[in-house]
Design a protein around this ligand. Structure first.
Ligand SMILES: NC(=O)C1=CN([C@@H]2O[C@H](COP(=O)(O)OP(=O)(O)OC[C@H]3O[C@@H](n4cnc5c(N)ncnc54)[C@H](OP(=O)(O)O)[C@@H]3O)[C@@H](O)[C@H]2O)C=CC1
Ligand SMILES: N=C(CCC(=O)O)C(=O)O
Length: 449
């Protein structure tokens, strides 16, 4: 790690390392928050007496279980799944499910820890949690995905509920997977509990604008950062990593706001289209045909595909990492800044390494951390829960307007908190401290639980 910790926080971090050996992504997420909490303990010494930080760093519950399932050829497979119910001070545990072969407990705990503060920043009544599995959905048939989701839910259902723990999507988990998990939950419990999952389909309780929300919200946040400096997204050249749910709708909102996205990626390579990414083609390839991004050049012959290419080598004004953690390192950050990049906003969770963050901050460019910039997804999930609870269904425009207002508020609160603590423009400190204070005050009120 790079930035130094306040001496009062060093033993807390050492204890996290001791209790959670080998979970390097979780260590990274904790360190990034602890780096900014020194001044908070000066202003609120009572939080040290109540051991609030130590309690937040220890999940309330960690569930690990086996998921056996059969493929279309009848072969049996065994995967491991997780649900980390991290913190319920502000509401039921709320966070996605990630299906990816790289998933292990340390990944879920980093995601769940980030989720605590992200959910707090929305100002909505949701706690922090996360789950997932090392199951790889790539290349699997719909029936295999269904059988896996049913087997996973047969174990997990007992821990879920609209007032207890509410999963949603993340890498490898979209509307299809949510549908199969919700269906099995309903079958086992014999309850139509709409609010137990978010990201549901529009035909069965989903919220309009939820599919678009994370990507849209990241762009709204970017726009706010630029506006705070008297600038805007209009006319800017943008590079977006990933080509999944978050990336697709970040591209869509960039184009709506007058920017031009010229590159995006998947885990195999990057495409560069100087005329601007054709979103219709991208959605057809990724959402409908579930193919590799390389197929884009079959439609647009003058676009360029680079197998294994580094998307951060493409010169741009704005960079939106929307793929996965630690995808943007110090060398990438240096290249972006040298090429004239003036703003980075994280659609993905923890995509920039600690060294990359420091480089962006030293360069004094706009840098929006994921817990603030990508909170639009979970915020709209909370709006889906509101609609479900009131047996209502809002219009797209009304829901998008609520989302935009929430993102404007998150930016304002982060900006003002950073200034209050003497670090104007430091959105990492602003997001961490503003989110932490919301959780800490609730935990203090609820006693030592
Ligand atoms: N969905 C949501 O509501 C929210 C998601 N996020 C975060 O946004 C990011 C993207 O999630 P989402 O769009 O939902 O997921 P998707 O599965 O829809 O898309 C993930 C994208 O990232 C790429 N990717 C995944 N893993 C890697 C890797 N190890 N190396 C390179 N590329 C990779 C995928 O490429 P390929 O297809 O080749 O694997 C794909 O293009 C994640 O960090 C997630 O945690 C944050 C807030 C909300
Ligand atoms: N994957 C998500 C969305 C979580 C949710 O909508 O509950 C995230 O905020 O990282």
């Amino acid at each position: 790690m790079t930035a130094k910790l306040d001496e009062k926080l060093v033993p807390i971090y050492q204890d996290v390392l001791h209790r959670n050996p080998g979970e390097k992504e979780f260590h990274q997420a904790v360190h990034e928050v602890l780096e900014t909490l020194g001044p908070v303990l000066v202003k609120y010494p009572e939080f040290a007496d109540k051991k609030i930080i130590q309690r937040i760093c220890e999940p309330e519950r960690q569930i690990i279980f086996r998921v056996p399932w059969q493929d279309d050829q009848g072969e049996i497979h065994i995967n491991r799944a997780f649900r980390v119910e991290f913190n319920s001070a502000l509401g039921p545990y709320k966070g996605g499910m990630r299906f990816h072969p790289s998933v292990y407990l340390g990944i879920i705990k980093f995601l769940g820890f980030e989720q605590i503060f992200k959910n707090a920043l929305t100002g909505l009544p949701i706690g922090g949690g996360k789950g997932g599995s090392d199951f790889d959905p790539k290349g699997r048939s719909d029936d295999e995905i269904m059988r896996f989701c049913q087997s996973l839910m047969t174990e997990l259902y007992r821990h879920l509920g609209e007032y207890t723990d509410v999963p949603a999507g993340d890498i490898g988990v979209g509307g299809r997977e949510i549908g199969y998990m919700f269906g099995q939950y309903k079958r086992i419990t014999n309850r139509y509990e709409s609010g137990v999952f978010t990201g549901k389909g529009l035909d069965w309780g989903g919220s309009r604008a939820r599919t678009e929300a994370t990507g849209y919200g990241t762009v709204f946040f970017t726009h706010e950062m630029l506006k705070a400096r008297g600038d805007s997204l209009d006319g800017k050249t943008v590079v977006v990593s990933g080509s999944g749910n978050v990336a697709t709708y970040a591209i869509e909102k960039c184009h709506e706001l007058g920017a031009k996205v010229i590159a995006c990626s998947d885990s195999q390579g990057i495409i560069v289209d100087e005329k601007g990414i054709d979103l219709k083609a991208l959605k057809q390839i990724k959402e409908i045909e579930r193919r590799r991004i390389s197929a884009y050049t079959e439609i647009h012959k003058d676009a360029k595909y680079v197998e294994g290419g580094n998307i951060w080598s493409v010169p741009c004004d704005v960079a939106l990492p929307c793929a996965t953690q630690n995808e943007l390192n110090a060398s990438d950050a240096k290249t972006l800044v040298e090429n004239g990049c003036i703003a980075v906003a994280e659609g993905a969770n923890m995509p920039t390494t600690p060294e990359g963050i420091l480089l962006f901050q030293d360069a004094k460019i706009c840098y929006g951390p994921g817990k603030a910039a990508n909170a639009g997804g979970v915020a709209t999930s909370a709006l889906e829960m509101q609609q479900n609870a009131s047996r209502d269904s809002w219009t797209f425009d009304y829901t998008q307007k609520r989302l935009e207002e929430i993102m404007i508020d998150i930016h304002k609160n982060c900006y003002e908190t950073a200034a209050e603590f003497g670090s104007e423009g430091n959105y990492v400190l602003g997001a961490n401290v503003n989110g932490f204070l919301r959780v800490a005050k609730a935990m203090t009120a609820m006693g030592v639980i």
